[in-house]
Design a binder for this molecule. Structure first.
Ligand code: GDP
Length: 190
């Protein structure tokens, strides 16, 4: 199929709606404890339950959503159970990923530094067309915060603050990022 997902809204203004079914490999990177599993569980199961942490090893969770123009996006969400921190394993994890969520905890400068490490890593070794979102999680905690907007803009990333706890901006994160994929060069789709 042809057409650009970037023009999602065009179909509503009279264009021919191009039914598309995308399969998207999605990875989440960031320090342990920033809320990666909670974000995925909030999205897939609609709940915040920090006690039931899923560790699905080399497998992935999948979740399909329909965008406004009837494009369906099937996310294949990789959960590394923390193994990505072993430098040698990281490339196996993010290889072929179309979308990466680089997650930090807005209350923790160390996790923001680690996020910048992952951005550089993906800029060097990730797919050239990868869509990266910088995700400041735990936005419900109103403490002195790290603000990632400037860094994200400098690096051509989508920026959003989320809360897996309150569900704030979780669906938006998963709905907006597929619209930023560069199509029809879908070589990065699974
Ligand atoms: P991961 O290691 O990055 O997968 O982090 P987890 O998803 O296991 O989350 C680590 C801890 O952070 C959990 O025990 C949650 O209690 C907490 N947490 C996760 N997301 C949020 C959030 O949005 N707000 C708050 N206040 N706490 C969160």
């Amino acid at each position: 199929s042809t057409g650009s997902l970037g023009g999602l809204n065009n179909s509503e203004s009279g264009g021919v709606a191009d039914a598309k079914n995308l399969r998207v490999k999605l990875v989440l990177l960031g320090d342990s404890g920033v809320g990666k599993s909670c974000i995925v569980l909030r999205f897939v199961r609609g709940q915040f339950d920090p006690t039931s942490k899923v560790t699905i090893g080399a497998s992935f969770l999948s979740q399909t959503i329909a965008l406004q123009d009837s494009t369906t996006v099937k996310f294949e969400i990789w959960d590394t159970a923390g193994q990505e921190r072993y430098a040698a394993l990281a490339p196996l994890y993010y290889r072929g990923a179309a979308i990466a969520f680089i997650v930090y905890d807005i209350t923790s400068p160390e996790t923001f530094n680690k996020a910048q490490y992952w951005v550089k890593e993906l800029q060097k070794h990730g797919s050239p067309d990868i869509v990266m979102a910088l995700v400041g999680n735990k936005a419900d905690l109103h403490e002195k915060r790290e603000d990632g907007i400037e860094y994200a803009e400098k690096n051509g990333m989508f920026f959003i603050e989320t809360s897996a706890k309150t569900a704030d901006n979780i669906n938006q994160l998963f709905e907006v990022t597929p619209a930023l994929l560069k199509l029809p060069s879908d070589s990065h789709a699974l």
